[in-house]
Design a protein around this ligand. Structure first.
Ligand code: PLA
Length: 480
């Protein structure tokens, strides 16, 4: 094809033809069509070139400026997106991808915090199955859009679950709740709300924390800082460092607190320490934001795991709460959670609610209904609720028993070091203390998938595999 042999769409049929081919149109019409097509292509070419210059790509221009354009496109096939760099895999969800690709029969996925049965299988709770059966039979249900803030009864039940039905703030209408896309979505709405109505304040995150926190807040317009939390030397809480850092934070700063079962360390403040933290938060006029992703998973008791949040709310503070039902109801993929603002008066609560809707509407319009309907049926039906509470306790207990199994297997092997933290840490995770080289050995040699910071999900351990896991840790500690 010569450089003048340009391909253009046939004006009537839309088919592509070469400029030298006959179209059945008169010579004049043909040249008019050709002029029209070339000027259109010129515009498209210029736009592509501008875009490419903007993206800073060093590759050849997609479209030459002199209307020999189509030939240039043909000669250098490529994409507008050539300059997009490859992103790294997610530090947590990327581990699951790598696990799936591994064909070894003894592989274990201890990366993502997802509950597994004693057989190593994902679990759908019986209470969830019961709720879904009731939903299928309920002909009054439809598939209309939910309101922007989600299912109102779900929202009411959610704030009561975390705060208690007898909570004064709940009774006085001082809690605004919206349904969210699980815990992550609740955090994201909170971040954008804060970025809009609480400008200038940074959020202080514990060090370490769930990695996604560091991305969610800046995306919502909130700067991120950190406070000391974990002391690797003691494998416990750096309580003094925590208090010093909170004291040093400017008044009005947002303080993110893990409500229970801190991720990734498994280290929670004691009841007395929470009371001290509350004093500092109050004295320094900090704004507490609780991330409650594991209610029930720390102690097996839903009320007990809500104690820290309730302590702050009952002390009269304004508090933000992000809830997730991913873990405690096993509703990971349903993406169901809630965001609550506990505020000083009911009038303010209404205004806050209206602005949360403003954040949500352009983001995803309104939330999906299925997960909310399941939660609603579990929390509002006595029989389902009692069954669920037992199931939560069952999951927490199995995790605790895996701590004992792993600890005693390591003791039997005489693995160097003190492993008592496996017993002492709380919730879904053990922060093993394995370094990056040891973690790499766990994965590459033993097919044990875990996050690079040394965290393992105890919920993924089974009695049958505890020995295997201990042997892998033993080998990694001794040889790396
Ligand atoms: N907050 C904390 C502290 C979490 O650990 C997680 C999930 C979430 C919020 C959000 O969970 P959700 O959006 O699914 O409700 N952390 C997991 C999964 C379990 C993940 O990284 O997405 C983890 O493995 O750390």
């Amino acid at each position: 094809m010569s450089s003048l042999d340009v391909q253009m769409p046939h004006a009537k049929s839309g088919n592509w033809f070469r400029s030298g081919e006959t179209t059945g149109a008169s010579g004049d019409t043909r040249s008019q069509m050709r002029r029209f097509k070339l000027s259109t292509m010129d515009k498209v070419g210029n736009r592509l070139n501008k875009l490419q210059a903007h993206l800073g790509s060093e590759s050849e221009l997609l479209v030459a400026p002199n209307n020999t354009s189509a030939v240039a496109v043909e000669a250098t096939p490529g994409s507008i997106w050539n300059g997009v760099p490859q992103a790294p895999p997610d530090p947590i969800l990327g581990v699951s991808e790598a696990f799936k690709a591994d064909k070894d029969g003894s592989k274990m996925n201890l990366g993502v915090g997802a509950y597994r049965t004693e057989e190593g299988k994902p679990l759908v709770l019986n209470s969830v199955r019961a709720a879904e059966r009731q939903m299928v039979a309920d002909m009054s249900l439809n598939k209309e859009y939910l309101g922007i803030g989600g299912n109102p009864n779900f929202c009411k039940l959610s704030r009561e679950l975390i705060l208690g039905a007898d909570c004064a703030a709940v009774r006085e209408g001082r809690v605004s709740t919206v349904q969210s896309l699980s815990g992550t979505g609740a955090l994201r709405i909170a971040a954008e709300f804060l970025g809009t109505f609480y400008k200038g304040a940074a959020v202080y995150l514990p060090n370490p924390t769930w990695g996604n926190h560091k991305k969610i807040f800046p995306n919502g317009g909130v700067a991120v800082k950190s406070y000391r939390y974990y002391n690797p030397a003691t494998r416990g809480l750096d309580f003094q460092g925590l208090c010093e850092d909170l004291c040093a934070a400017p008044a009005g700063s947002i303080i993110l607190l893990h409500a229970c079962a801190h991720n990734p360390t498994g280290v929670d403040p004691t009841h007395e320490q929470w009371a001290e933290i509350l004093k500092v938060v109050k004295a320094k006029q900090l704004l507490p934001l609780f991330d409650s992703a594991y209610q029930g998973f720390a102690s097996g008791d839903l009320d007990r795991d809500a104690q820290a949040v309730r302590m702050f709310v009952n002390a009269g503070l304004e508090v933000i709460i992000c809830q997730s039902y991913a873990k405690n109801m096993g509703l990971y993929g349903e993406r169901i959670g809630a965001l609550s603002f506990v505020v000083a008066d009911a009038g303010v609560a209404k205004k806050v609610y209206s602005q949360m809707q403003q954040v949500i509407r352009p983001m995803y319009s309104n939330p999906p209904m299925h997960g909310a309907a399941i939660v609603e049926r579990i929390l509002s039906n006595k029989e389902n609720y009692e069954a669920w509470k037992l199931e939560v306790k069952g999951m927490a207990d199995r995790i605790i028993s895996m701590r004992t199994a792993l600890h005693s297997a390591l003791q039997k092997l005489g693995t160097p070091g003190n492993w008592d933290h496996i017993l002492n840490q709380i919730g879904m995770f053990t922060f093993t203390g394995l370094n990056s080289a040891q973690v790499t050995n766990m994965t590459k040699k033993h097919h044990v998938y875990m996050t690079q910071d040394g965290r393992i999900s105890m919920a993924g351990v089974t009695a049958a595999k505890a020995q295997y896991l201990a042997a892998a840790i033993d080998d990694s500690v001794r040889n790396c």
